[in-house]
Design a protein. Sequence first.
Length: 179
Amino acid sequence: MDVIYYYLPFLETIRDFIELGGPVLRVIGVVTLFMWILIIERIIYMRTGHKHLVRNDHKVWDARTDYSSWNAHAIRARIISLVSANSERNLALIKTCVALCPLLGLLGTVTGMIEVFEVMAIAGSGNPRSMASGVSKATVPTMAGMVAALSGVAMSTYLETKARRERDFIADELFIEHG
């Protein structure tokens, strides 16, 4: 029970931040969560499932007696393609989420500014307190979208580089061993 009271101020701060940014911030949060689920899945795959796949592909290649025929080259190309496809799975979706976050932030900016203009039309431009809510709804989603995109760019670049290295590694391994 003490754990709940320990995290309660933290959770209230997050709730206040989400309310400050408006409904677009919730969408940015969902997209960011989805993006990070995909990123974590890719990291786990690269550390576990990918190694198992490469090991099995090596066994298939090593079990062959012929390494230089057209059929052997076709099998080698298929193995490289399979490793590449599996290591690059969901990278395009991650990059789409990265591109979507700043655009959603821009949508938050536009909706926040519309709110500011509505307040100005109703209350006049002389009341800065009444415009403050709209200004925060205009800036918070922009910041959140940029932060989410930056974290996603770093990780998607890492994952792309890792996938390319793994593809090159398996191509070199199959070529060097029995080329």
